[in-house]
Design a protein around this ligand. Structure first.
Ligand code: 0GY
Length: 309
């Protein structure tokens, strides 16, 4: 099957630079995707966009080029609840990739077991309206309850303005099911607003009140208004995102993750050089200790707990 990309789609950046920042040994890229290839793993009929292909081989080559040891591959909405591309990538990784899947309430226990065996350790609930149709909360709660029995966590993707409305649901998943909840991209703050303003304060309060809520401090390229200028210069690229991510890293050093977000779906203005994205890390995790927690200890605890003493 061949697929026509969404008009205006930006393809991922080929030939990324070698980062100046040397990642600590065992670093995990804890948020990235595979897309198809569509001829092998067709995109879902209900998708809101059709991407360019981004295969497991290309992801693994990027991993090695940047200096990561492992990947956490997150199911992207263009594949709906068909996790075959994700599973194929995890199985082909030789233990170097684990996954976060999307499932519907119709998923069978055997299918969940097969996902677990392939390396899936979480489900993703997506609340971003341009990406997915609405799923009733009782369905999500039922899924969260079932996967909690496998020891999986729940990854949530939402935009900052929607947190008040989603608060009670997220709190119920966390409190009632005793499930770890991981927020993608710091809950997508509007970084033109102050880092100490009420909107970001709500996200921080959510983390403070719920000791098993984690955050990915990823996607500066998605959140930034200042953009990638000053790369490798005195100032960080995406410098308007730095205070937000640094604040989260320093407030919750044991509950943060970082990922490239390769192949960067739905970017409109520019496609980041992943090598330069890695160079963003020391601006938000400014000590070797924080960097090791962010890139090694925390993702290992969540995705490869059997290897953690
Ligand atoms: C991201 C962000 C986006 C897309 C998806 O699953 C997806 O389609 O996650 C987005 O468009 O903001 O985390 O990759």
């Amino acid at each position: 099957m061949t697929f026509e990309k969404t008009p205006g789609w930006l393809d991922w950046y080929t030939g990324p630079s070698k980062p100046r920042f040397v990642l600590p040994a065992g670093a995990v890229d804890a948020h990235c995707h595979v897309f198809g290839p569509g001829a092998e793993f067709p995109y879902a009929p209900e998708r809101k966009y059709t991407p360019c292909d981004a295969s497991k081989h290309q992801l693994f080559a990027l991993r090695d080029h940047l200096g990561f040891a492992r990947n956490v591959i997150v199911q992207a909405t263009c594949h709906g609840a068909d996790n075959r591309a994700l599973v194929d990538a995890c199985l082909a990784s030789g233990g170097k990739a684990r996954g976060v899947a999307t499932v519907r309430r119709t998923v069978t226990d055997d299918e969940l077991q097969a996902l677990h065996a392939a390396g899936v350790r979480g489900v993703r609930f997506n609340f971003v309206k341009r990406l997915v149709d609405f799923t009733p909360k009782d369905e999500l709660m039922e899924i969260a309850g079932r996967v909690a029995q496998l020891g999986w966590h729940v990854v949530i993707y939402f935009e900052a303005v929607d947190l008040p409305e989603l608060w009670d649901f997220f709190a119920a998943v966390h409190d009632d099911l005793a499930t770890t909840v991981v927020a993608d991209h710091m809950g997508r703050p509007d970084v033109s607003k102050p880092v100490d303003g009420p909107e970001f304060a709500l996200f921080l309060k959510f983390m403070q009140q719920h000791p098993n809520v984690w955050s990915k401090v990823s996607c500066p390229e998605r959140l930034s208004l200042t953009g990638p200028r000053a790369l490798h210069g005195e100032q960080a690229a995406y410098r308007d995102v730095v205070p937000f991510a640094r604040h989260v890293v320093e407030s919750f050093p044991d509950r943060v993750l970082w990922g490239t977000d390769w192949p960067h779906p739905n970017l409109k203005d520019h496609m980041p050089d992943d090598g330069l994205l890695v160079d963003f890390i020391p601006h938000v995790a400014v000590t070797a200790e924080l960097q090791k927690k962010l890139l090694v200890d925390n993702p290992m605890k969540l995705y490869w707990p059997e290897e953690v003493q």
